[in-house]
Design a protein around this ligand. Structure first.
Ligand code: HEM
Length: 231
């Protein structure tokens, strides 16, 4: 096995995981109040209200698809008697629609960032690195999904095996280095995105107000209300 393949698929994922974890801790400790989207809604809200939901709701389905496709071994769906043809049709339909929605949402957000002067001026160096990587990750993933029916590659027997092996601390380099280049490029760009994550606006994912619907009510009382005498 060549040194390059081992470096890319056996060493790089761990370097990225360490950078991701350490970078996130560093960001929370040194830039506690910078862990935000750096929202530009005050500059422009119409395009944001279209691109934002399209991108984020699409991404939720993309993430769900990755959990199923990468984490659940193929033999589990076989044991559950899910026909391979049904699995693939579902991946193509749901993955295709979710991926296309995410790409369309990102296109609106990028166009807004480039064309609306105030939003462009509110962008920084990390945005200039982030958006091209994000766009190419999405496009490569979507292309892999849409082109899948034209080939006979089963990513669940290759890319997914490598993905799980990384977390089992025994990276199966051969499982991914034999994958079509499009899949390898997609996974590498994904790793680049995770490396940049803590240092970019993506860190706001950790500040999502998930506890909001479950928190206790905040009770507001007017200062001017005269106290009623006790009965
Ligand atoms: C190392 C990390 C990643 C791996 C191993 C991976 C792997 C895959 C695989 C195997 C597919 C399916 C292709 C098919 O259906 O044939 C896919 C599709 C896709 N990926 Fe990834 N991916 C990774 C990270 C990401 C990230 C970070 C994003 C976006 C931010 C992303 C976005 C997509 C999209 C949009 C698709 C199209 C299908 C869908 O909507 O799920 N991927 N990816």
């Amino acid at each position: 096995m060549s040194g390059l393949r081992y470096a890319l698929w056996g060493v790089l994922p761990y370097a990225v995981l360490v950078l991701f974890a350490a970078g996130t801790v560093w960001r929370f400790r040194h830039d506690r109040f910078g862990v935000t989207t750096r929202s530009s809604q005050l500059h422009e809200s119409r395009l944001l209200s279209v691109g934002g939901p399209l991108f984020h709701y699409g991404l939720l389905f993309v993430i769900a698809g990755h959990v199923i496709g990468l984490v659940v071994p193929e033999r589990v769906t076989e044991d559950l008697r899910v026909p391979e043809s049904l699995y693939r049709a579902n991946a193509l339909l749901v993955g295709g629609v979710a991926g296309a929605a995410t790409v369309a949402g990102l296109a609106v957000l990028v166009a807004r960032r480039l064309r609306v002067r105030a939003v462009r001026r509110a962008s920084d160096r990390t945005d200039r690195a982030l958006y091209p990587i994000l766009a190419t990750v999405l496009l490569a993933g979507l292309a892999a999904t849409l082109l899948a029916p034209a080939g006979d590659y089963d990513y669940r027997l290759g890319v997914s095996v490598w993905f799980r092996s990384v977390f089992l601390l025994h990276p199966n380099v051969g499982a991914i280095s034999g994958a079509p280049l499009l899949y390898q490029a997609h996974a590498l760009l994904g790793l680049a995105l995770f490396a940049l994550w803590p240092f970019s606006r993506l860190v706001h994912a950790f500040a999502a107000p998930v506890a909001y619907p479950f928190r206790a009510y905040v009770v507001y009382r007017s200062r001017n209300v005269r106290r009623r005498p006790f009965a």
